[in-house]
Design a protein. Structure first.
Length: 91
């Protein structure tokens, strides 16, 4: 069973279904996002990244899951999210 920090309020939670974990190092501290699908993981991680001040981007992100390919796709997607946010500062 997975145990980790809730990505909303920092409380510890347990869940048997979480198969993807994303650690996001924000300026306010590390946030751990857990999800059972790549889509859910991406949406949760994107919502955490979206509130980071643009001047603090990019921030470190790491993905843990059973599939190295899925982990790579999520890492690339979240890198693109950060790049888009950084570029939007100049528009």
């Amino acid at each position: 069973m997975w145990k980790g920090r809730n990505d909303r309020d920092g409380a510890f939670v347990e869940g048997a279904m979480a198969s993807i974990a994303i650690l996001i190092e924000t300026p306010q501290g590390a946030r751990l996002v857990a999800a059972s699908s790549a889509r859910e993981a991406a949406l949760k991680a994107e919502s955490v990244i979206a509130v980071v001040p643009r001047a603090d981007l990019p921030i470190p992100v790491s993905v843990e899951c059973a599939s190295p390919g899925m982990a790579d796709r999520l890492m690339n997607y979240l890198a693109d999210v950060q790049l888009e946010l950084m570029l939007s500062e100049f528009v």
